[in-house]
Design a protein around this ligand. Structure first.
Ligand SMILES: CC(C)(COP(=O)(O)OP(=O)(O)OC[C@H]1O[C@@H](n2cnc3c(N)ncnc32)[C@H](O)[C@@H]1OP(=O)(O)O)[C@@H](O)C(=O)NCCC(=O)NCCS
Length: 443
């Protein structure tokens, strides 16, 4: 995979790398937490990813091998998954487990692993990569903070409703119990419904739900507890939370959904009561005080909105990259068409060109309706080119496309986001509304 004439070879992962990669990653990740000891949760996660994960294959890992010893000295994994943006499927690669052995740092191995990943995703038509991590570091590799899926207030344990709610305190007969493998089909069906809604989500099929419920090793740091919301025997939703308290005594919540949005007011009460109960159990078994529930959710998520008041938090950002803005817009074509139809908007010219200062996308219209999106060369000077309708820096386009920021917000922040006229501004404002983020990525 690499032709560089030096000590390191960049290659795909192999099943036989499992032990070496588990050792490498466990010895570089979260070392501040372990005090320099190997992290057992990371080792278990790598073992799970390389042995039995329903949507990961060894080839998803990229490895820098030291040609002197033949051993992996740096690696990452690109976890492929299909997200849905307001009902439209969006292939995404989530990058995890980025790490280099200390004695091999200083050789830009991460940069080279990312270059190989980007090349691979371009060939495979995966338009978007995301990663969470070291502040600023991934900007250097072409990433932009263009997504946030948390910021919901932290709820103190003392504010949670009674552990055994009944009809008189507002759950309407809804209760929450631990999920069983037999619930997987229902959970997948709920995800499908949510994926057809207006949010950005990462739906799971039944095989992935089974894996989340019972497939991971107990020590896997990515293991979560899945609970189901039920009315009698009827599965109405789910709640996914941490498998233990954090060092700060917080119980994290990573996902929650209801089959019927109308259930949310009662469902939220039942879920919060369940979280209180789980927190107390964890407190008893770990001998560590249960301080709060910390939802890693959008503040507008119903579980957060309908919860007891808590301490507000600044959302963390996720880095996002696209190597191919035209492909990204082409994927969103049905959504753009639907949004323009709903607003009764038609474009009067045969095409609209969005230039991202390098690459450009040509949106083609027939009788005012969007019919195609193709990649074209960007103009030498997009800000003055008469054929260019909008000049939008790639990071700003990502923010718009994913619904992270609206066009007025982008125009306020980016002086180099330039629009030809008011009609272009109106069309693009309608194309890119803010989208709620309900993503629990697959890992
Ligand atoms: C982050 C890490 C993967 C980088 O290793 P690497 O690919 O070998 O990178 P290099 O040492 O060649 O450094 C490349 C550049 O990134 C910078 N850099 C490296 N680590 C950094 C960090 N933690 N924060 C900010 N910048 C960092 C270097 O200073 C260097 O900058 P320069 O080009 O100005 O000299 C490695 O330090 C590591 O394994 N850290 C522990 C695990 C970790 O934090 N992983 C990332 C989780 S998101």
């Amino acid at each position: 995979m690499t032709g560089e004439d030096d000590r390191y070879v960049i290659r795909s992962g192999r099943a036989c790398d499992a032990a070496e990669l588990a050792r490498l990653q466990a010895s570089v990740q979260l070392q501040a937490v372990t005090g320099g000891q190997p992290h057992p949760g990371i080792a278990a996660w790598v073992g799970d990813l390389l042995g039995g994960h329903p949507s990961v294959v060894p080839d998803d890992f990229l490895v820098a091998e030291d040609s002197v010893t033949g051993r992996p000295v740096a690696s990452l994994v690109g976890l492929r998954q299909d997200w849905h943006l307001a009902g439209v499927r969006l292939p995404v690669a989530q990058i995890e487990l980025v790490g280099t052995a200390p004695q091999h740092r200083g050789n830009r191995l991460t940069e080279r692993l990312f270059a190989a990943l980007h090349q691979r995703n371009a060939v495979d038509g995966v338009p978007v990569q995301i990663v969470e991590g070291i502040p600023y570091f991934y900007r250097r590799l072409g990433y932009e903070y263009a997504l946030a899926n948390d910021g919901a207030p932290t709820m103190p344990a003392t504010a949670l409703p009674a552990a055994e709610p009944d009809r008189s305190n507002g759950t309407g007969g809804l209760t929450v119990r631990p999920a069983a493998v037999a619930d997987a089909d229902e959970l997948a069906e709920i995800d499908q419904r949510v994926a057809d809604g207006n949010a950005l989500v990462c739906p799971r099929d039944a095989a992935v739900w089974r894996y989340e419920i019972a497939g991971r090793r107990p020590a896997d740091i990515a293991r979560r507890e899945v609970a189901v919301l039920v009315h009698g025997t009827d599965v109405r939703g789910y709640l996914v939370h941490g498998a233990r308290l954090s060092a700060a005594g917080e119980l994290i919540v990573v996902a929650a959904a209801c089959r019927r949005p109308a259930d949310w007011p009662q469902a939220a009460t039942a879920m919060h009561a369940h979280l209180g109960q789980v927190g107390q159990q964890y407190e008893a078994s770990a001998g560590q005080p249960f301080a709060a529930v910390r939802p890693l959710l959008d503040p507008e998520h119903p579980l957060a909105r309908l919860g007891p008041p808590g301490a507000s938090r600044r959302p963390r950002g996720w880095y996002v990259r696209t190597g191919d803005p035209a492909n990204l817009l082409a994927r969103l074509q049905p959504l753009l068409r639907a949004r323009w139809h709903a607003a009764d908007l038609r474009w009067p010219e045969p095409a609209l060109t969005i230039d991202t200062y390098g690459r450009a996308a040509r949106l083609e219209f027939t009788d005012g309706d969007l019919t195609a999106v193709t990649a074209i060369h960007g103009a030498a000077s997009p800000s003055t080119d008469p054929q260019t309708h909008a000049a939008i820096p790639p990071g700003a386009l990502l923010q718009l496309a994913l619904g992270h920021r609206t066009l007025p917000e982008v125009l306020d922040i980016w002086p180099d986001c330039l629009l030809r006229d008011r009609l272009t501004e109106h069309l693009l404002t309608t194309a890119f509304p803010r989208v709620p983020v309900w993503v629990w990525p697959r890992n």
